[in-house]
Design a protein around this ligand. Structure first.
Ligand code: GDP
Ligand code: GDP
Length: 421
């Protein structure tokens, strides 16, 4: 299940790890080489410059030997030269003189000692972050480190039928989580990326929704049955799913009844009757072409009369664009006021399932989702996106053709499935 999604995530984890480490190692090697090559000269120059900028100039002037006074002169020549060039009428000779003086002058012994002191202490500071050790102590993940890889991830997710808004959110959330984090060990990168992805996906998957268990218990207590209407397109596995749910609650100790409210399609009544018989639940059926709302109404009456806790209402599977058939569903809603509408979608159809869910939600208001054929779904795009897109939770996954092949959906489980070790 969801193997391809899992592969994409582990690919990202490895790539971020490799990319950031190799960039960092290159950088560390480059810095080390530069340092070894340029250390004496650079540090001297740097020191001279910073000394010249010392705020406590008086003190410095006092401490300077006569040779240093030349240096002071040189400093002023420098200033003069600057103002000369400012008014664009520089005395070239004087400028050259100042330049040559600045180049040839040597700092005094005291200055040299100071330089040595400072450069020694600087060396100590800098010695530490070299080579791999830099990475071990100082690496902070930057946007540049992860941008390309996250862009690749986004494309891969889109290819895997993850909805655009969901792919966007995953990438944003992972980026926010990672950028600025300090890395101590190379293995931290993989751990942090995995954690960031887990957080991103949990955020997407955790959607507030009805608690079926509570609702059905309440129905048992009050004697008013819980009415669930199932909606969705033909062929997605709707009748099989209703039978699985019936079977599930029979095993939980409840007594469901099924309403054969798909009176539109030839064979639908027979099909669901056959399933109902298999799982041992009562079915309420009328003739083909009868009013679906009437069938649902009768099923509710039957449940009330027999103290059954659950009415499962099938509806004609139809394209979400068929206005008449959508109206028929609205009529069922008016007449029996189902407590819940559950959208049944086929995980294998990816984005189509998500789009169907959106349309059904707009038309009749969906409270929860069941995704079928998850057992055969490598991509996982619909499972990851559908709940977030319509802001309703996935309640169950269909995981096979048998009546027992249904499982409650828990976001943690899905996160483990695609990002577990
Ligand atoms: P309906 O037209 O929407 O009522 O679809 P059906 O319930 O008749 O199911 C269509 C096909 O999908 C049947 O062959 C089912 O056995 C199959 N099916 C339904 N749910 C699942 C599932 O979770 N996994 C698998 N592998 N097949 C399923
Ligand atoms: P309308 O068709 O939108 O005006 O809605 P109604 O309130 O008239 O009824 C909707 C459907 O529910 C009707 O077509 C009836 O078939 C069905 N219905 C309403 N009341 C009953 C009832 O007491 N028993 C049965 N079996 N069906 C009912």
């Amino acid at each position: 299940m969801f193997e391809s999604l899992k592969k994409k995530f582990s690919g990202t984890i490895n790539k971020i790890s490799d990319e950031v480490s190799s960039k960092e190692e290159e950088e560390a090697t480059r810095k080390k080489e530069e340092k070894v090559k340029d250390l004496p000269k650079e540090e001297k120059e740097e020191k001279v410059k910073s000394d010249l900028k010392l705020k406590d100039e008086d003190k410095q002037v006092k401490a300077l030997s006569s040779e240093d006074k030349d240096k002071e002169t040189s400093r002023f020549s420098f200033l003069r030269r600057k103002s000369d060039s400012d008014d664009a009428s520089g005395d070239k000779e004087q400028k050259d003189l100042a330049d040559s003086k600045e180049k040839t002058e040597e700092p005094s012994k005291e200055v040299k000692d100071k330089i040595k002191d400072k450069s020694d202490s600087k060396k100590e500071d800098e010695e530490e972050p070299s080579g791999l050790f830099t990475f071990a102590t100082h690496k902070t993940i930057s946007e540049k480190d992860v941008d390309d890889i996250l862009f690749e991830l986004e494309l891969a997710l889109l290819e895997g039928d993850v909805a655009m808004e969901v792919a966007d959110q995953i990438v944003q959330s992972v980026k926010e989580d990672l950028v600025g984090r300090k890395i101590k060990r190379r293995s931290d990168l993989a751990d942090y990326t995995r954690e960031a992805l887990k957080n991103a996906i949990s955020e997407i998957l955790v959607v507030e929704g009805p608690n079926l268990e509570e609702l059905v218990q309440k129905a048992k207590k009050t004697g008013e049955p819980l009415k669930i209407m199932f909606v969705g397109v033909n062929g997605t596995g709707k009748t099989t799913t209703i039978s699985k749910i019936a079977d599930y609650y029979v095993k939980e100790g409840y007594t469901p009844v099924i309403a054969a409210s798909d009176t539109f399609r030839a064979g639908a009544i027979e099909q669901i009757s056959h399933h109902a018989e298999n799982v041992g639940v009562k079915i309420i059926r009328h003739q083909k072409g009868a009013d679906p709302a009437a069938v649902a109404y009768d099923a509710v009456e039957h449940a009330r009369a027999r103290n059954k806790e659950l009415v499962l209402i099938d509806t004609a599977g139809r394209m979400q664009t068929n206005v008449n058939l959508m109206d028929e569903m609205k009529k069922i809603q008016r007449v029996v006021k189902p407590d819940l509408a559950i959208f049944v979608g086929d995980a294998l159809t990816g984005n189509d399932a998500v789009e169907q869910a959106r349309k059904f939600n707009d038309a009749v208001g969906v409270d929860g989702i069941i995704l079928t054929k998850a057992d055969a779904d490598a991509k996982g795009g619909a499972a990851l996106s559908i709940g977030h897109v319509i802001n309703k939770p996935i309640l169950f996954l269909g995981v096979g053709q048998g009546y027992g092949d249904i499982m409650e959906f828990h976001p943690d489980w899905m996160v483990e499935q695609v990002l577990g070790d």
